[in-house]
Design a protein around this ligand. Structure first.
Ligand code: S3P
Length: 428
């Protein structure tokens, strides 16, 4: 099993770009395959999760050429997918599995989805229940709660669904099924989750309307191929933002980062903690806002995080916890029970790892209370197979008093294959 030891750093300096946004990369393949004509994708993230989505669509007959820079997708139109000859393996990717479940429910063929040992433990009822209301026939372990999932595609009817969780995966699965449904499909969320599906579906010409609390899509509307430029992933940039904030004497420019307001909770959190982060050169690409982020080391203070802010920073809590551990005072995270059903239970994993680094952490059902201590002890911790837990602890190690070793770091390749070389490049 791979492991990595990070040395304490003197400063984080330089100018970098981070790889393409994972959520947008998944959607570019999915919507590009369903559109008519050619879709060109630049800046696609070649992480394992996105490669699982790419392989899934190739297995359904979509030609996707990859010259190493650009993907060229020969879209097959709404009804052009072919029954896959084998089980579709989503690997570690919840986005692949949940969005594909919605899409496959409305096809005229049978399909089976599986994933790795972590994904096979994650809850799937949250997508299967509303899809069944739409008429979908889906079987899975534990009454449909767990993968593998067997999907008998067929006719669907539009519904109006009030989701109990703020989840872009649930919302997107229902919108994808809505494309194949009679009438309109409405999804409403308790708090707004990332809206990349809504933006990209509109960009491809689907009949979608965004409301204050969700979205409405009309069934049966063909989409047209487009050009997509995928911005840098703010969830990957987050590790470098925190690294530069916590290591004294740092200054880092991260170029071309997606700053969609449904994703910038991390900037709001770090700024509220006292972090010096500037958004420069703000622009738009393929319907998504983008900026360069200039970050300088800062003295951080503890804050309270809850409510709407949580879904806007949902993937960033492992690294927010590192910032909190190095801040002055207490940081309280509430309303974040979703963290327990991510790639691993991120509340339990974060608490255990921070304790190993000498930090006082109290776990609650839906969050944690972290007492900042201004430094971390060097330690040996495990990623639990979760890419963001691994990267967060390696970032913490930059500001520790002695080396930090993280075991099981192979999982970093799911979202950020070049993370370790990039960290070495900027750490002085
Ligand atoms: C994602 C949605 C979020 C996020 C995940 C990517 C997406 O999951 O945690 O990394 O691309 O739609 P949930 O929908 O479960 O909150």
């Amino acid at each position: 099993m791979e492991s990595y030891t990070v040395q304490p750093a003197k400063a984080i300096m330089g100018e970098i770009s981070v790889p393409g946004d994972k959520s947008i990369s998944h959607r570019s393949i999915m919507f590009g395959s369903l559109a008519r004509g050619t879709t060109i994708v630049r800046g696609f993230l070649r992480g394992e999760d996105n490669m699982a989505t790419l392989a899934a669509f190739r297995s359904m007959g979509v030609e996707i050429a990859d010259d190493g820079e650009t993907l060229t997708i020969a879209g097959r139109g709404l009804h052009g997918l072919r029954e896959p000859e084998d089980v579709i393996d989503c690997g570690n990717s919840g986005t692949s599995m949940r969005l594909l479940t919605g899409l496959l429910a409305g096809q005229r063929f049978f399909s089976v989805l599986t994933g790795d040992k972590y994904l096979r433990k994650r809850p799937m009822k949250r997508v299967i229940s509303p899809l069944r209301e739409m008429g979908a026939v889906i079987h899975g372990r534990d009454g449909g709660e767990k993968a593998p999932l067997a999907i008998v595609g067929g006719r669907l009817a539009g519904i109006s669904y009030l989701s109990p969780v703020a989840s872009a995966q649930v919302k997107s699965a229902i919108l994808l099924a809505g494309i194949y449904s009679d009438g309109e499909t409405t999804v409403t969320e308790p708090h707004r989750s990332r809206d990349h599906s809504e933006r990209m579906l509109a960009h491809f010409g689907a009949h979608i309307r965004v409301t204050d609390t969700g979205a409405v899509i009309s069934g049966g509307c063909e989409m047209e191929g487009r050009e997509i430029l995928v911005p840098g992933d703010i969830s990957s940039a987050a590790f470098f933002l925190v690294a530069a904030l916590i290591v004294p004497g740092s200054e880092l420019l991260i170029k071309g980062v997606g700053v969609n307001p449904t994703r910038t909770g991390i900037i709001d959190i770090l700024t509220a903690m006292g972090g010096d982060i500037q958004l420069l050169n703000q622009r738009a690409c393929s319907g998504e806002p983008v900026a360069d982020l200039l970050v300088r080391s800062s003295s951080l203070k503890g804050i309270e995080i809850s409510g709407d802010l949580v879904p806007r920073a949902i993937d960033e809590f492992p690294v927010v916890a590192i910032a909190a551990a190095l801040a002055e005072g207490v940081t309280t995270v509430r309303d974040a029970g979703e963290l327990r059903v991510k790639e691993t239970d991120r509340i339990a994993a974060t608490a255990a790892n921070l304790r190993a680094a000498g930090v006082r952490v109290e776990e609650t059902g839906d969050g944690m209370i972290i007492t900042g201590r201004g430094t971390l002890d060097g330690c040996v911790v495990d990623s639990r197979g979760d890419h963001r837990i691994a990267m967060a602890m390696l970032v913490g190690g930059l500001a520790a008093s002695s080396p930090t070793t993280v075991s099981d770091t192979g999982c970093i390749a799911t979202s950020f294959p070049r993370f370790l070389p990039l960290l070495q490049e900027v750490a002085r």
